[in-house]
Every structure is written in C-alpha cells, then in structure tokens.
Design a binder for this molecule. Structure first.
Ligand code: ACO
Length: 329
C-alpha cells in the first residue's frame, strides 16, 4: 500500500551535509594503531575518515541543517519539528536537538533526540514522517549527527578503524496528497536480545562513565545482510514497489562488503548504489544523509527518483524506508 490519498504526502525537499575539518587516512591511523591500509581496505572498503577536533556534534548538525535549509529554499523560521538522531550527544542533557534549535534560531520548532545508533536516521525519518502526517507541524528538520570517535577505544584495532564523524540532514514537508510521492514506507525493528554483540561499556546508570564501543564484528556482519534485506523487502511491499523500481539504494555506510551483499541480494545494478564508506567510514546515524547529500550534490540523485534507505546498528535496531525524492513539478 502506498500513501493513503487522504493523508498529506511527506516530501523530502532539502538535503545537507557537514564533515569535520580533520581528514585521517588509513596510513595516518596505522602510525598509532596496529593496522594497515591494506587490511582496512580489504575488509571494509574504508580509505579515510574525518574526525572532530574542536567541533561538537551540534556544530556538525548545524552545518548540515544550514545546507539543507538553503537547498530547500527555506529559513529556520519555517521549521516546526527538529528530530536529531545521535549516539554521541554534546551532553547527557539537554538534547543536542535543542542546541541546534538555538544555534539555528529555529524557535518555532520543538526539538528532541533519537537514539538508535547506526539505525538512527531511518528511525528519525519514520518518527518525523508520522508527526507530520498527523498534523503536528508542516516541516521537519531530520538530522543524523555523530562525533562517534568520542566512543572509540583507540587501543582496540577491531573497532577504531571502522568509524568516522559527521552529520547529514534532510527537510521533510507535508504537502497536498499526491499519489506515489514523498516518504512511501517506513519499517522499523528492534531485538534487544542481541545487545552483547554491539554495545558501549559505559553510561550514566551503569558505570557513570561514557564508555567505549565493543563489538563482535563477524556476528554483526551475519545479522546485517539478513535483517537489512528482509526490512527492505518489507518496505518495498509496503510502498507497493519492486526492487527494479529503485533508482538509488542509499544504504548505511558501514562496510563495502555488506553494501555489495545487499546490492546482489536485491539484484540491483551496482551503478544504482551510493557508496561513500571509502571516504567517510561509518558515521553511524549520519551515514545515510551524508551519502544522500553526496549523490544529490554530484547530480546522480534527482527529483522524482525512488530511493531506498536501510540501516542496522546497536540494539540491535534496524529499518528501511522508500522515498520518492523531491517535489512534484
Ligand atoms: N587491522 C589489522 N588486523 C585486524 C584488525 C585491524 N584493524 N582488526 C582485526 N584484525 C585481525 C584480527 O585480529 C584477526 O586476526 P587473527 O585471524 O590473527 O585472529 C583477523 O584480522 C580477522 O578478524 P575478523 O574479525 O574475523 O575479521 P573480519 O573479516 O570479520 O572483519 C570486520 C572484521 C571488518 C569488523 C567485519 O566483521 C565487519 O565489518 N563486521 C560488521 C561490523 C560493522 O560494520 N559494525 C559497525 C557498526 S554496526 C553497523 O553499522 C552495521
């Protein structure tokens, strides 16, 4: 079932991205971590990542949001809702979304954070879509922003080489109902029983510390392709679409092998997949909107294209969505 005709269409009308200034290549990392460019590229496809120095998560989010507003031809006053997905907030509270609201001057908006780790963007998109569909506002700013490097144990080579920092943002707008435009479906899942394969060993009520990422990489890998492809099948069915109707798969950017596994499972043309993991590494909640922004800026993704998003991360939490991008002309 597509978008029921009586509800507004939730259009995706603007995109932005922001990366920290400091670029760190695999070779540079290999000076302080027992690893090599060859190992990292072979196992993950990652060549480099951007890491924060003085930038806070909110600074990256504001950079991405400003670009998305400009792209949509809107100002901060036009935003009614800010949903920010992050695992690395500036502070435990207030929400990083409220800092972004202040820094943008978006004082008409209510703002809150969502925590679904690497699946954060698809969760934020699903929540914002529901709020707009039920009339809680006309426009939402949906951001994925991370300073994920703050959670890394730089003595653990099995995790620290995989991640990077950054932010991406989209603007959603509730428009008159137009069949087959905007967010066409959204599918979200969680299974808390898999906590021990991917978690952070800290937190206010457990240890009183921030903690570090701990991961059983091969176990996560096994779940990733299976759960992502079943979520994407579900999202396609809900949107009344088939894989050959996807113009662009914009997947979570964790590992090139997972991305290529998904592409093969779907039977998609490899040219229809946006891959930015080699340049950005895994930026958790920021990875999908950063990849989307890259492909919109370089002209690959255009208004009217059907996009498929999918992501999985700690929880385990995962999900997928299908969107016809842009505004109907
Ligand atoms: N540099 C060099 N050698 C390393 C490194 C490193 N950075 N890390 C591990 N190794 C070694 C290991 O010690 C091991 O050596 P051994 O055989 O002598 O014991 C060897 O490489 C193989 O280790 P594996 O963990 O089996 O390697 P694998 O091929 O599974 O790749 C990886 C590991 C890249 C983590 C992979 O399992 C993976 O991508 N998993 C998905 C996890 C993921 O992407 N998580 C991100 C968060 S969740 C998400 O976003 C999906």
């Amino acid at each position: 079932m597509g978008n029921p005709i009586s509800l507004p269409s939730i259009l995706m009308v603007g995109v932005g991205g922001c990366l920290p200034a400091r670029l760190v290549s695999n070779d540079e990392l290999a000076k302080t971590v027992d690893t090599s460019d060859e190992w990292i590229q072979q196992r993950t496809g990652i060549k480099q990542r951007y890491l924060v120095e003085d930038e806070r998560t909110s600074d990256l989010a504001v950079g991405a949001a400003r670009q998305a507003l400009k792209h949509a031809g809107l100002s901060a006053d036009d935003i009614d809702i800010i949903v920010l997905a992050t695992t690395t907030p500036n502070d435990t509270f207030p929400s990083t979304a409220s800092v972004v609201q202040k820094d943008l001057g978006a004082f008409n908006a209510f703002a809150f954070d969502i925590q679904a780790v690497c699946a954060g963007f698809v969760y934020a998109l699903g929540v914002a879509e529901s709020l707009l569909k039920t009339g809680q506002g006309k426009r939402a700013l949906v951001i994925g922003a991370e300073s994920f490097s703050k959670l890394l144990d730089w003595d653990d080579r099995t995790t620290c080489v995989l991640f990077g920092d950054g932010a991406g943002a989209v603007i959603l707008e509730a428009g008159a109902p137009v069949d087959d435009w905007g967010v066409l479906s959204s599918v979200l899942h969680t299974d808390g029983r898999y906590r021990d394969i991917l978690y952070v060993d800290g937190g206010p009520s457990e240890t009183g510390t921030v903690g570090h990422v701990r991961m059983k990489g091969p176990d996560v890998f096994k779940h990733a392709v299976e759960k992502l492809s079943s979520a994407l099948d579900e999202a396609l069915t809900k949107a009344d679409k088939t894989p050959d109707e996807i113009d662009w798969l914009v997947p979570h950017q964790a590992n090139l092998r997972i991305i290529n596994g998904m592409q093969k499972k779907l039977g998609l043309d490899p040219q229809k997949v946006v891959r930015t993991v080699s340049e950005h590494a895994n930026t958790s909640a920021a990875s999908i909107p950063l990849a989307l922004n890259t492909a919109v800026r370089d002209g690959r993704i255009q208004s009217g294209h059907v996009l498929a998003f999918e992501a999985i991360g700690g929880g385990l939490s995962w999900g997928a969505s299908i969107v016809r991008f842009g505004r109907p002309s």
